[in-house]
Design a protein around this ligand. Structure first.
Ligand code: HEM
Length: 187
């Protein structure tokens, strides 16, 4: 399959495989509680849309895929995570970026690369990072700081799998907040 979008004439490279609607019902979330660990089985829909390309400083050209992720708790069918952002791909050096914004007033711009052998997109950001960083509200910085974020996402045909770790400093301890799911292409 060609990676060039026939309508927008953009080479999405490894992001091409993401475009579409994905659904997954085997999600596992591990979240912090003051004196415990909360485990939440979840299901979700992620919509990825081709968004063309952008040129930065008349030099760098990035292909863009926009996404919206909506996650519901199996226990009560309520939305308990809502996330938006972009994937970008720079064909000149195979760098990918992954941005996310969540309503807790936390944003992340993670970066990394596409690994052709494993078909994995791997990204990382850290609150102290010089390259890829995290921005969050004063309240979250003080009470529930995101110190790092990492994710590995793989698309194999009509199956997508991701695993992510959001490192938190909360309730006086360091907590690895993890989320993992396998999704199928719905449309
Ligand atoms: C599938 C993805 C995710 C799910 C289902 C999820 C779910 C949760 C849940 C259930 C909590 C416990 C507190 C609560 O019940 O509201 C929580 C806490 C938290 N999450 Fe997530 N989360 C996800 C991804 C993320 C990401 C990507 C970030 C940021 C990079 C993030 C940042 C936080 C923070 C800072 C807290 C602590 C806030 C608090 O407990 O008061 N989460 N998350």
């Amino acid at each position: 399959m060609s990676d060039v979008d026939p309508v927008m004439l953009v080479d999405y490279g490894p992001l091409r495989a993401l475009i579409g609607v994905w659904e997954g019902g085997e999600g596992t979330d591990i979240s912090p509680e003051p004196d415990a660990i909360e485990e939440n089985p979840y299901y979700e829909t992620i919509v990825f849309e081709a968004a063309g390309d952008v040129t930065n400083a008349e030099t760098q050209k990035l292909a863009i895929v926009r996404y919206h992720q909506i996650v519901k708790r199996k226990r009560n069918d309520e939305v308990f995570h809502d996330q938006i952002g972009y994937w970008t791909w720079d064909p000149s050096d195979n760098t990918v970026s992954f941005s996310l914004a969540i309503p807790r007033a936390v944003t992340v711009l993670a970066g990394g690369s596409y690994q052709p052998d494993s078909k994995e997109l791997k990204v990382y950001a850290s609150a102290e990072g010089a390259d890829w960083g995290i921005s969050q509200s004063p309240f979250m910085l003080e009470k529930a700081k995101t110190t790092a974020f990492e994710m590995v996402l793989k698309v194999d045909g009509d199956t997508m799998h991701y695993r992510q770790t959001t490192s938190l400093s909360i309730y006086g301890r360091e907590f690895p907040h993890t989320d993992e799911n396998t999704l199928k292409r719905a449309a």
